[in-house]
Design a protein around this ligand. Structure first.
Ligand SMILES: *Cc1c(COP(=O)(O)O)cnc(C)c1O
Length: 378
């Protein structure tokens, strides 16, 4: 018998009730029934974003909302400061280039977090920058960025802060309004426990001014159309009805757990994962690790591609390898969304088995017992 588990940093495991909601018979997207669902989903998303303004649903994976952020707030020739330091940070730079911005790339070493001090320097050097694009939780390295500290600087400047919160929404508390972030984007298939295909975007009042002023070409991702339709709880084009029903159920589950408990569970899962890996002599990639994904350097001489394939093909447990130049060198444990504390022990146990089978010499069971103690010991 084999049972499959996904401890991947997206897509993540989807609860059975969410899958059942998705399977409900279709309703038409221009109906009071669907508008009612959109309204409730919108309210719950505002809570997750910490936003008083509306959060729009975009049909398309997280990158669609990232593209909407750039297309709507920038115009060709605008200066865009893009913090790289990971695969997703690089995407901001690629998007800003695609929209003909004057891109200022900021490279932080992968695993390091972009700091408020760096932001301060850049804002002084480029007071004319239209946007500063950052990644709250850089999924390729597991590094967390202190968005609150950076927003405290951008809010007093003419530069809009654009935040990829795709693996932090539903994992870390995000307070868009209180922090003063200008555009925040998220996706369905990470902390939100919904299959891929939806993303979310919210903009501050001053970001909306940029949306109105932008001369970028845009059509499907035009936020002005999203806003106009959302006033009637509709989507500009055919709404992703089944995925929205799945999201409606997932948000209800999150509300039932309680947001404080939700964030606390992720904190505990992350703490247990880090401690477990360190207990068997492994080193974390991130200096300031996020709570949705734990990235770990593979042991000397172990190809982490082999590790992840072995776990997936032989034990039915899927984790992720490294991306870009970290391919083969690191592995990443996704512990966001529908992951319980007991689930995590299955993941840690599989990692230990695979490492042993690949010849890594360590005290077998030390990771598992450490995770067990961190989670349930006190
Ligand atoms: C998953 C992810 C994305 C978006 O990727 P899609 O494949 O388009 O959903 C962007 N940023 C981060 C940090 C992510 O984890």
């Amino acid at each position: 018998m084999r049972k499959n588990y996904m401890f991947t940093p997206g897509p993540t495991m989807v609860p059975p009730d969410v899958l059942l909601a998705e399977a409900a018979p279709l309703i038409h997207h221009r109906t009071p029934q669907f508008s009612g669902i959109l309204r409730e989903v919108g309210e719950a998303l505002k809570e997750l974003f910490g936003a008083a303004g509306d959060v729009y649903i975009v049909t398309g994976s997280g990158t669609a909302s990232m593209e909407a952020a750039i297309a709507n707030t920038c115009s060709a020739g605008d200066k865009a400061i893009c913090v790289r330091g990971g695969k997703f940070g690089e995407r901001w730079s690629e998007l800003a280039s695609a929209y003909r911005c004057e891109v200022v790339d900021v490279d932080t070493e992968w695993g390091r977090s972009f700091s408020a001090e760096q932001a301060q320097e850049l804002l002084e050097l480029h007071p004319d920058a239209a946007v500063l694009c950052v990644t709250h939780s850089e999924t390729s390295t597991g590094a967390l960025t202190d968005v609150e500290a950076i927003a405290s600087l951008t809010r007093n400047s003419d530069t809009l802060l654009v935040v990829d919160a795709i693996t932090s929404i539903g994992v870390h508390r995000v307070e868009m309004d209180r922090w003063g972030a200008d555009v925040v984007v998220a996706g369905s298939q990470k902390g939100c426990m919904v299959p891929p295909g939806l993303s979310f975007i919210a903009a501050s009042p001053r970001a909306w001014e940029a949306v109105e002023a932008s001369t970028s070409p845009r059509y499907y991702l035009d936020m002005r159309a999203m806003k106009k339709n959302w006033s009637k709880y509709q989507t500009p084009y055919t709404g992703p009805v089944s995925l929205v029903r799945a999201l409606h159920e997932a948000l209800a589950m999150m509300r039932e757990e309680g947001l404080e408990n939700l964030y606390e569970r992720h904190r505990r899962l992350a703490e247990a994962s880090r401690a477990a890996m360190q207990a068997i002599g492994l080193v974390l990639v991130a200096e300031h690790p996020a709570n949705g994904v734990t990235a770990v350097w593979g042991p000397e001489g172990v190809d982490t591609g082999k590790l992840t394939r072995k776990m997936r093909d032989e034990y039915g447990v899927t984790i992720a390898g490294g991306q870009g130049h970290l391919k083969g060198k690191i592995f990443r444990i996704g512990h966001m969304g529908y992951v319980s504390e007991d689930d995590l022990l299955i993941c840690i146990s599989s990692i230990e088995r695979a490492l042993r089978d690949l010849g890594y010499d360590f005290e077998f069971g030390a990771a598992l017992s450490t995770a067990h103690r961190v989670l349930f010991g006190e």
